[in-house]
Design a protein around this ligand. Structure first.
Ligand code: ZN
Ligand code: ZN
Length: 181
């Protein structure tokens, strides 16, 4: 949805704070094996985010009616401050990821996986913002992400749903490169 500047940039404050709280609260009394579990779970959460990002963008934002309409606004005005409010993404991650994981597994695993997923989300929000608003050095990671995402916006073919990585597009056959490969 269309947002104020404060609402749009809130993710860049809210998520680092939540990540720090999750890490601090879980790790300050943890023993070495629990810390390792947390780090491992965070890695899985981060990798899991990239797949979730792909699936949400491809199947929810481009197909599910209420979200499709909102996402179409972003496609029509890529530079407008359109995004997901922090309160909504935090509630979804809390309610659909952290609480179910906490119910099923130990706190350190639930906390680590949620922190990894949040880090991934923050990475996505940052790269997506930069893709539309920042210049990037040719050959850099951001430059490749910008080019991929520009094709997502402008190609007549549905492609490049991954913003942070091209991995899932390559794996699921939706990748398109600027040279047409
Ligand atoms: Zn899209
Ligand atoms: Zn975009």
């Amino acid at each position: 949805m269309r947002m104020s500047r404060v609402g749009y940039f809130a993710d860049f404050v809210v998520y680092p704070v939540l990540l720090a709280v999750l890490a601090w609260e879980t790790l300050r009394h943890a023993l070495a094996p629990q810390r390792e579990d947390w780090m491992l779970a965070a890695g899985v959460g981060l990798g899991g985010w990239t797949l979730l990002e792909y699936a949400l963008h491809r199947y929810v934002l481009h197909h599910a009616p209420p979200f499709r309409r909102m996402h179409a606004l972003h496609h029509a005005s890529p530079a407008a401050l359109i995004g997901t409010p922090s309160w909504l993404s935090v509630s979804l991650i809390g309610g659909l990821v952290f609480l179910p994981l906490l119910h099923a597994l130990q706190l350190d695993i639930a906390s680590g996986a949620t922190a990894g997923l949040m880090l991934g989300y923050l990475w996505y929000v940052g790269v997506h913002h930069a893709a539309h608003h920042r210049r990037a050095r040719p050959g850099s990671y951001l430059h490749r992400a910008k080019q991929r995402h520009a094709l997502h916006h402008h190609s007549p073919q549905a492609c490049n749903f991954g913003v942070t990585t091209a991995l899932w597009d390559r794996l699921f056959g939706s990748a398109q490169s600027p040279t047409g490969g």
